[in-house]
Write a protein that binds this ligand. Structure first.
Ligand code: F6P
Length: 326
């Protein structure tokens, strides 16, 4: 193995740069030329591919985003687009790919393996933590910390004004960010797509909470079946006469910022492992971390994952629900 490519695709996440750095450093250290593909599959089709040196990845471990850029490509969904992409890989004699992203990224990669026999290794890069086969995705820990910091600030003003705040967080169809940021920020309630949201019950809970504390934080996962923070607030309003309600959508700040130490370490371990796997001749694998160990799975198993309904976090939060006794 002499030449490999690396790309980031889908939504960016903090730690992607640490991962690119690890791939480049480990690759060069093992005598491999590493090529960076800009803006994911879009750049592959457009031929935006360049060799990465040690200098390119110097001083990037602490940077959020991705130095390679990322995009979602419609053209890559067509065979014509993929043929163009492969022609560009061949031009640089790239033999194998490391793909940092989510299940959409892996599906694109598998098409290249099936149609053109290009080996791929997938690494889970997304804030959503919604990939089967890993306890943690690269960027999730940083995102959680960002959310908790924001909620702490909202709590200051919520408690000063005795308001009920509905805070919407990202995560697509998965409630990991919501559930665990709720635990870490001491939120009074959380609404996630994986469990039933009952508006009247929520109103009752808020009333119970407010008997004593007179302010509440309700974390709302953006994918909740009853809607986002604004919609939930509107739905609960008729049952909460006399309460001051506000909502806040945290938005894309959740995707940015310097990666946490946890994400840097995760990204580095995974990046180095990916290079080793390709050298061993492995392909079509996704790397995950289960407990403390790095594990490999068939990449097709790396599909969208949700919070299990018996997740201990759900019970934990329920056990802390204010019952109205102070
Ligand atoms: O998958 C990451 C994510 O940030 C989701 O949590 C969110 O729903 C989506 O991407 C937002 O995508 P965009 O940046 O295209 O608005």
């Amino acid at each position: 193995l002499k030449r490999i490519g690396v790309l980031t695709s889908g939504g960016d996440s903090p730690g992607m740069n640490a991962c690119i750095r690890a791939v480049v450093k480990a690759g060069i250290g093992k005598g491999i030329n590493v090529f960076g593909i800009e803006d994911g599959y879009k750049g592959m089709i457009e031929g935006r591919i360049r060799q990465l040196t040690y200098m390119d990845v110097n001083n990037i471990i602490h940077l959020g985003g991705t130095i390679l850029g990322t995009a979602r490509s419609e053209a890559f969904r067509t065979l014509e687009g993929r043929e163009q992409a492969v022609a560009n890989l061949k031009k640089h004699e790239i033999e194998a790919l490391i793909l940092i992203g989510g299940d959409g990224t892996y599906a694109g990669g598998m098409a290249l393996t099936k149609e053109f026999d290009i080996p791929i290794i997938g690494l889970p890069g997304t804030i959503d933590n919604d990939i089967h086969g890993t306890d943690f995705t690269i960027g999730y820990d940083t995102c959680l910390n960002t959310v908790v910091e924001a909620v702490d600030k909202i709590r200051d003003t919520a408690s000063s004004h005795h308001r009920v705040f509905f805070v919407e967080v990202m995560g697509r169809a998965s409630g990991y960010i919501a559930l665990n940021s709720a635990i870490a920020s001491g939120a009074e309630s959380v609404l996630i797509p994986e469990t039933l949201t009952e508006i009247q019950l929520l109103a009752k809970e808020i009333k119970n909470q407010n008997k004593g504390i007179r302010s509440s934080i309700i974390i709302v996962a953006e994918g909740d079946e009853e809607g986002g923070a604004k919609e939930i607030m509107e739905k609960v309003k008729p049952y909460l006469e006399g309460y001051e309600l506000r909502y806040s959508v945290l938005g894309h700040i959740q995707r940015g910022g310097s990666p946490s130490a946890f994400d840097r370490i995760l990204a580095t371990r995974m990046g180095v492992k990916a290079v080793d796997l390709l050298i061993e001749g492995k392909k079509s694998l996704m790397i995950g971390q289960i407990g403390r160990d790095l594990v490999c799975r068939n990449i097709l198993e790396g599909t969208t994952g949700n919070v299990s309904t018996d997740d201990s976090g759900i019970e934990l939060l329920k056990s802390l629900l204010t019952k109205g006794n102070f």
